[in-house]
Design a protein around this ligand. Structure first.
Ligand SMILES: [Zn+2]
Length: 90
């Protein structure tokens, strides 16, 4: 495993810039950038109509911060975490 220069974090996203931190905090809104239970950072890319009342969120792993361009995780990270947490249903 390549240990990039990510200090000793335990998967703490939002440390690259205030914009991402605030986007994740979502104090006044529903955040579209969230860390899943599997520790992967996800970006909501849209809504999908389910056969229910509530629309569902379509999210996708986010590899780079959309605000400052810092790489927040790699495809390998995501795959490893997803493999370690096969049950990623809400
Ligand atoms: Zn950033």
């Amino acid at each position: 495993m390549a240990e990039a220069k990510k200090a000793k974090s335990g998967g703490k996203f939002g440390s690259c810039c205030d914009e991402l931190k605030e986007a994740m905090a979502g104090e006044d809104f529903e955040p579209l950038v969230t860390e899943g239970r599997d520790g992967v950072l996800y970006l909501a890319v849209g809504l999908v109509d389910l056969e229910e009342d509530e629309p569902g969120m379509v999210d996708h792993p986010m590899y780079f911060c959309p605000f400052c361009g810092t790489r927040v995780q790699t495809a390998e990270d995501v795959q490893a975490k997803a493999a370690a947490n096969p049950d990623d249903d809400e």
